[in-house]
Design a binder for this molecule. Structure first.
Ligand code: SAM
Length: 199
């Protein structure tokens, strides 16, 4: 194994253990029994459209999806990470130097100065199924606030059925994909922001 591969493997392993420690501390906030698989991470990243604008990742955790977004071609300077856990934020800062990292709560997204540039996509690993409904409502309202026409909102969950569609005001469901190679299997939904739907 060459030195670069070894360094990348070490960072990945450190992310795994940091994630598991956080899970033991606060399972409801983490909402997953292990980090996203590379298959899930790659599939989510593949739904991010090319072009200008910022890509906001919510709940990057150990960084599996972050790494996939960078590999997919999202430029470092176009990526903004919003992670609530201090321990996972410290890990992300080390693993992805140069990426704009906000240690904060997605419930307050519109306060983070992201609005200075158009948002191309919001990629979320937030455990929306295990958070209280009022919190989910506020997070989705905040996602709508930072979105513009055409912004894509990508969310995965372990519920193989159901949708956030009626909770995400202004968003229309675009596509859904099952990813079996993840523990447990996951479903990704992608929505497109259509402000005309906001009445
Ligand atoms: C399912 S885990 C992340 C999975 C990630 N893709 C990985 O492989 O590590 C969910 C993440 O969302 C974060 N989180 C939960 N609630 C949050 C909130 N309100 N704002 C920001 N981050 C939050 C948790 O700290 C955790 O890192």
């Amino acid at each position: 194994m060459n030195e670069a591969n070894e360094q990348s493997l070490n960072k990945h392993t450190a992310g795994y253990w940091r994630f598991m420690r956080e899970f033991v501390r606060n399972p409801r906030q983490i909402g997953a029994i292990c980090p996203s698989s590379p298959f899930l991470a790659r599939r989510m990243a593949s739904l991010v459209p090319g072009g200008d604008g910022v890509v906001v990742e919510l709940g990057p955790g150990g960084g599996a999806v972050t790494a996939a977004l960078l590999n997919h071609g999202v430029a470092t300077q176009d990526l903004v990470l919003v992670e609530r856990s201090a321990a996972l934020s410290a890990h992300l800062a080390k693993r992805f130097p140069g990426v704009h990292l906000i240690q904060g709560d997605a419930m307050h997204l519109s306060r983070f100065g992201i609005l200075s540039r158009p948002v191309r996509a919001v990629v979320s690993s937030l455990p929306l199924r295990s958070l209280p409904r009022s919190v989910v409502r506020q997070i989705l309202d905040q996602v709508a606030l930072i979105s513009g026409p055409g912004t894509v909102f990508i969310q995965f969950s372990y519920a193989l059925r159901g949708s956030y569609q009626n909770m995400a005001h202004g968003f229309e469901r675009d596509q859904a994909h099952l990813v079996w190679r993840n523990l447990p299997p996951a479903r990704i939904e992608a929505f497109r922001f259509q402000p005309r739907n906001l009445q």
